[in-house]
Write a protein that binds this ligand. Structure first.
Ligand code: PLP
Length: 387
């Protein structure tokens, strides 16, 4: 009855974890949430105020498909502060990075074309690829390469039907960044093969020690994917943007017009305030909070015998090896949730490669809750006879 592609799609397992957590909460139990991939902070007040004002002023009609000029200019200014010059026409405002991924898949993939992605990686990338008839090809990435591919790895996977590569820096679920020289080498190699390179920078700004702020500082012909969801704390507003190379502007504009008409109008006016000094001060303070939480959670887990093979450089995730517990990651997550009400995400949500060893811990909850979570994990390890 439904299209074949639906059978190829895995459910987003973190959603099942969230449902199970809600079940425990309905029974009056406190759940420590270390599974959620969105900031726990509410959208910064200046953004909310700008959104409310936009609604009061009746800014509720369609906008140009690629976004209001003021917001595109503000995004150009955002890059200018990083020393990067992009034109307003290269900015496409989208319905979240998810809208951006839909557009890029439609723009760049013909049926049967292969797109290289990482395993582990953001699970939805596969689905966007398939929706355009493309074939996702996973590159297994390991801790000894910071869970990022090398240029040689990309070249090894590049076949007749390969059209491009999609990488994230910082990445989900590992929080690691592509080294600047690796990014440059991959960009060069992809260019030589006549392919495209999509760089997902949705965790831009949420970095601990960033080797660069945007890949555009290193290579200008990238397709950059970004969002107001994470650093700007606007997940539910559903707004993101792309930076596309000059030759793609006309084609992607046509697609945006037809697929989305325009991104959310009130969200765009709200986002104008996201770049103001008052809002940026709030975002920067929050980013610093995430850094402190990362340290607290990492130290606590290491003390309990967990291994964190690569410390993240950004995002808000630790990718943790739980094999010393003797449990497969999936069992570890479900038992931790059901028996001790600590919610985490099993590695299987992010791919196949070594997924039974790894669990993603998100530090999207406050320090007091992280402490409670660590205490409960210690109790769990004791109860399971691990320590
Ligand atoms: C790596 C990555 N890319 C893209 C997205 C999509 O984000 P949004 O559509 O909220 O902008 C996410 C969401 O978690 C993500 O982790």
């Amino acid at each position: 009855m439904f299209a074949n592609r639906v059978d190829q799609i895995q459910p987003f397992r973190v959603m099942e974890v969230l449902e199970r957590a809600a079940y425990h909460e309905a029974l009056g139990r406190r759940v420590v949430h270390l599974e959620v991939g969105e900031p726990d902070f509410e959208t910064a007040a200046p953004i909310v105020a700008a959104g409310q004002q936009a609604l009061r002023e009746g800014k509720t009609k369609y906008t140009p498909a690629t976004g209001i000029p003021e917001l595109r200019r503000a995004i150009v200014g955002h890059y200018k502060k990083m020393g990067v010059t992009v034109n307003e026409e290269q900015i496409v405002v989208t319905s979240g990075a998810s809208g951006g991924l839909t557009l890029l898949a439609a723009l760049l993939l013909n049926p049967g074309d292969e797109l290289l992605i990482t395993d582990p990686g953001y699970p939805c990338n596969e689905v966007f690829t398939r929706l355009a008839g493309g074939v996702p090809v996973t590159m297994a990435v390991n801790a000894n390469q910071k869970f990022q591919p090398t240029a040689a790895g990309v070249e090894m996977h590049w076949q007749q039907r390969t059209k491009g590569v999609l990488l994230a820096s910082p990445a989900n679920p590992t929080g690691t960044m592509l080294a600047a020289d690796t990014l440059e080498e991959i960009a060069r190699s992809v260019r030589q093969r006549g392919g495209f390179f999509i760089l997902d920078e949705i965790y831009q700004g949420l970095t601990i020690e960033a080797p660069y702020q945007t890949g555009l500082q290193i290579s200008q012909d990238l397709y950059v994917l970004n969002s107001f969801s994470k650093f700007f704390g606007m997940t539910g507003w559903r707004l993101g943007w792309l930076v596309v190379p000059q030759p793609a502007i006309e084609a992607i504009t046509k697609l945006a017009q037809n697929l989305f008409i325009s991104p959310s109008t009130p969200a765009q006016y709200a986002a104008l305030a996201a770049f103001t000094p008052a809002a940026m001060a709030i975002h920067d303070a929050r980013a610093a909070t995430f850094v402190a939480r990362a340290e607290l959670l990492a130290q606590g887990l290491l003390k309990l015998g967990f291994s964190i093979p690569v410390r993240p450089e950004g995002a808000f995730y630790l990718y943790v090896d739980v094999s010393h517990t003797g449990l497969a990651a999936r069992d570890f997550c479900w038992r931790l949730l059901d028996e001790f009400q600590v919610a985490t995400t099993p590695g299987e949500d992010f791919g196949q490669h070594m997924h039974e060893r790894f669990v993603r811990f998100a530090y999207t909850t406050d320090e007091a809750s992280i402490q409670v979570g660590l205490q409960r994990i210690e109790q769990a390890l004791q109860a399971w006879g691990v320590v």
